[in-house]
Design a protein around this ligand. Sequence first.
Ligand SMILES: Nc1ncnc2c1ncn2[C@@H]1O[C@H](COP(=O)(O)OP(=O)(O)OP(=O)(O)O)[C@@H](O)[C@H]1O
Ligand SMILES: [Mg+2]
Length: 374
Amino acid sequence: MHHNEGGTGAGQNLPESPAVSERHGNVTAGIAVAVEGLALSYGQRVALHDVTFSVRAGTCFGLLGPNGAGKSTTLKILCGLVQPDKGSVRWFEAADGHPQPGEADRGPGVAGSGLTHRRIGYVPQEVTLYDRLTARDNLLMFGSLCGLRGRALEARIREVLELVGLGDRAQEPVVSYSGGMRRRLNIAAALLHQPPLVLMDEPTVGVDPQSRHHILSLVRRMTSSGVTVIYCTHYMEEAEAVCDDVAILDHGRVIAAGPLPELLARHAEPKVYLELEAPSVSPPVLFGPVSPHSDSSEAATLSETATAASAAAPVPSGAGWLYAVEGRDVLGVVEALARTCRAQGLAVRRLETVRPTLESVFLALTGTSLRDEA
Ligand SMILES: Nc1ncnc2c1ncn2[C@@H]1O[C@H](COP(=O)(O)OP(=O)(O)OP(=O)(O)O)[C@@H](O)[C@H]1O
Ligand SMILES: [Mg+2]
């Protein structure tokens, strides 16, 4: 890996890359990397069956999935550590940030070229640092492996240490570092050569909220300066915080992919929770067919809204009952519930709307069984 003179600097305040602003030029413009039909087995065990996705330049792409889904394997293929049995990886973004489909590498073994290596910064899932060396000496070593030398390397080391918030701890041996500091130094090592594409494999495992916040805001700064990030995690709230697009992998296949808001809208509906103070043995009936002769407009309204919503059976809660109603028209459901409660004289303890989370989509799509039992 070599210093990329004209490259988009990881985490630096550079203008948005042309690949981002000219996204609509042609079909492939704005795509940093596209993988198609990746398959890989470790002996008898199939790790990837058929993995296809593309990553828009200058965005954060979340590669999500339960343990053993194939996330790390996919990243290792992208950075050339593992060769796929089948499939292709195509690179569209040249070192200067311009989409150049003509220079795309193709086929298995694609990631071996020097050009590809110069473009990628890889943050491995396992922290790979020399414990007895100081942070600075670790970075000197990693920097020289990328072809950086002398003052340029010294200056870049200072920059990346500042980026990860370790500027004042550079002279300490890594053995004295906390878990969060190690994770941040692991990231710094991947950014030394200013790669326009950074692959991050679960960079926040075992860190405290402060380090996590620092890492997530670094990812946001990187993408806003035009760097493309592929971010592997099973923390769904992190993916929601930093990712533009996501792909959910399970058992070596992509089971859902797309822009985050679209994925949420496609696979989950907002929920309304209603908790009643109703010490009755059976729950008050809020839903159900309304007699055509009913002159209660409140009941009729709820019934109409409820046709567009679905309500789980109420469950006992405290000295009352808890209702969960799903429906796209959140305000309609809330209005109808409020009117019905007023009409029936029911006491409301809580009425709350909850938007769908990626966690709920993830669990709905991947199920709740433990992967190591599979
Ligand atoms: N070196 C290896 N030798 C044999 N099997 C492997 C090896 N690496 C991974 N696997 C298997 O390949 C599958 C995918 O593993 P991978 O590490 O890519 O998953 P992952 O999504 O990164 O999981 P995690 O969230 O636990 O990191 C798993 O079944 C795993 O056991
Ligand atoms: Mg992994």
